[in-house]
Design a protein around this ligand. Structure first.
Ligand code: AMP
Length: 579
């Protein structure tokens, strides 16, 4: 079924942050001019987010409303967050940590996580968020790669996922535990914060100094640590305004978890830099809770994701009918393909369509978007933001060839925007491989139409997106073969109506083991314990053999094609040993 373009009503066009005029006159200097900066060309993300806002007289403005799972409500002004993050920075220094050290955050959407992230940046340390639903193995791998110096977590996560192994990580000097008590060897954050001074001048950083490391999955090998710098904040400021309509005082809700890049770039940095009033809900998705939060908190800008939207759609229009969504002025979605039906459904139920936008961990911020001032073509990710040049290319020997309108190829970007990753930690060759012929290759397949709109087609590699989480099949396969019965494993994503894709594993058994329901349960159980439920396969299927290349690499795409009943010819030739 074809979907008609949704034109913007004139009143919205006039009030939209990104007009054609701004697009035409945009420069990176203009974007950087949005920042306060520090003397000598230095800056600090936390200074932009908090201290500069307070210095400009906005200390009393609401910065964050935090809703606890249990109904608790906490309000923070910009001055509250400035002081709390200063205390946190002082605590870090008091424990012997300093500029450039890497601190990992591992907890759900607790207010302390937001304070820790910004306090870390304020102190000149590097912040690396971890998804709290990860099991011990992905946590350990990422902390080892990044030579973690410090960790902030909760007592319960510490006990279940960190306590058994952290003493084997020689780099780790301090573990901070939220609350008033801490297990032996750890620091209780409550008393430490209370004893610390609420004053700390943000450390002046070079715009190219590392601020954040976001881990993302690769198809092969270990996860990659994408390095992002303090200067990225110019891009967060600009895209918050242009792609998400942020403006001082607007009530904004980003439902993404700060364990992933969206929850940091647009769940912490962009909103505060744009002085919005952000809402943080500790609880996970719950239909009535979400609808009543939109109504009661009078949310104006809502940044969410397709899996959640599909769950809302499944509940039907009637479930939304009792609520008043009239405060909403802009709805956006990211992370997975947004079904065209969902765009139209948003307009019907919330009075506004969802605006899809596209980006990835490596880009640090939104690159392609449906902005408020654009007509929406449901199903399209939109157009490149100002300063971005996007193309569709095909790899051609050592270079690339640009594809024609309507032709499917790999989505490519001209490097150079402020929030682009600067490296994969310790992996120069892997980083260099992303750049060909002056383009950064994204790993996504897409198409550009005659009007310059981009359409997502799929991944060019084997990465899996399940409920918005990017999963590397290799990490899952590695955990599966640790089961005594498993000889080899191939992991793929299969289409799923709600989650986008679900993780399915195919395993061959070692001699002496027979397929059984019990064994399937035991293999899945081990994967859940090691990887966590968000990453572990939903299904494990027994096979006598798995399709392989000549050098013995499992051909995941062929496995998937067989499963989906697709023609195999093209796929098997595509799947070289090098891919
Ligand atoms: P991550 O690095 O975990 O944020 O995942 C980035 C990947 O998610 C992209 O490379 C895409 O494959 C996918 N993705 C992000 N946004 C969209 C979107 N709007 N439509 C389709 N896929 C998307």
């Amino acid at each position: 079924m074809a979907f008609e373009t949704i034109p913007k009503p004139e009143d919205v066009r006039a009030s939209a942050a990104l007009t054609d005029e701004i697009r035409a006159h945009f420069t990176w200097e203009n974007a950087r001019a949005m920042l306060a900066g520090l003397p000598g060309g230095k800056l600090n993300i936390a200074h932009e987010a908090l201290d500069a806002q307070v210095a400009a007289g906005h200390g009393g403005a609401p910065a964050m409303t935090w809703l606890g799972k249990d109904g608790t409500r906490r309000e923070f002004t910009y001055e509250d967050l400035r002081a709390q993050t200063a205390r946190f920075a002082n605590v870090l220094y008091a424990h012997g940590l300093g500029v450039g050290d890497r601190l990992y955050g591992l907890m759900g959407r607790e207010a302390e996580l937001y304070i820790a992230a910004l306090g870390t940046l304020k102190a000149g340390l590097v912040f690396s968020p971890l998804f709290s639903a990860f099991g011990p193995e992905p946590i350990r791998t990422r902390m080892e790669i990044g030579e973690a110096k410090a960790l902030v977590t909760t007592a319960s996560i510490y006990k279940r996922k960190v306590a058994p192994w952290w003493r084997d990580l020689p780099s780790l000097k301090a573990i901070f535990i939220v609350g008033d008590e801490a297990p032996e060897g750890c620091v209780a954050l409550g008393p430490a914060m209370a004893a610390a001074s609420p004053d700390f001048a943000p450390v002046p950083m070079d715009p190219e100094d590392t601020a954040l490391i976001h881990f993302t999955s690769g198809t092969t090998g270990k996860p990659k640590g994408a390095v992002h710098v303090h200067g990225a904040v110019a891009y967060h400021a600009m895209t918050g305004r242009f792609a998400l309509e942020m403006a001082p005082g607007r009530r904004y809700w980003c439902t993404a978890d700060p364990g992933w890049v969206t929850g940091t770039s647009y769940g912490i940095i962009a909103p505060l830099v744009n002085r919005v009033h952000m809402l943080v809900d500790e609880a996970d998705f719950d239909l009535d809770r979400w609808y009543s939060t939109l109504q009661t908190e009078k949310i104006e800008i809502w940044y969410t994701a397709p899996t959640a939207i599909r769950m809302m759609m499944r509940a039907g229009d009637a479930a939304a009918a009792p609520y008043d969504f009239s405060a909403l002025r802009f709805l956006a979605s990211v992370g997975e393909p947004l079904n065209p039906e969902a765009v139209v459904w948003g307009k019907r139920v919330f009075g506004r369509p969802f605006h899809d936008n596209w980006w990835q961990t490596e880009t640090g911020g939104i690159v392609i978007a449906n902005t408020q001032a654009m007509d929406i073509k449901p199903g399209s990710m939109g157009k490149p933001l100002p300063g971005q040049v996007a193309g569709i290319v095909e790899r051609d020997g050592d270079g690339v060839r640009e594809c024609k309108e309507g032709e499917i190829g790999e989505l490519a970007l001209r490097p150079g925007w402020p929030s682009m990753m600067r490296a994969y930690l310790h992996e120069q060759a892997r980083y260099d491989k992303c750049f060909v012929g002056g383009w950064y290759l994204t790993g996504d397949l897409a198409m550009r139409d005659a009007d310059g709109y981009f359409w997502f087609v799929g991944r060019a590699d084997d990465l899996i997106k399940t409920s918005g989480h990017l999963i590397g099949p290799f990490e899952v396969e590695s955990a599966l073969i640790e089961h005594e019965a498993v000889a080899e494993a191939g992991v793929i994503g299969l289409p799923d109506e709600t989650a986008g894709e679900i993780v399915r594993a195919y395993v061959c058994l070692n001699p002496g083991f027979e397929p059984s329901e019990e064994l399937e349960k035991s293999i899945r159980g081990l994967a859940r314990r090691k990887l966590g439920p968000a990453v572990a396969p939903r299904e494990v299927v027994f096979r006598n053999t798995l399709p392989k290349t000549r050098s013995g690499k499992i051909m995941r795409r062929l496995l998937k094609a067989r499963e989906l009943g697709l023609p195999e010819g093209d796929i098997s030739t595509l799947e070289s040993d090098e891919s």
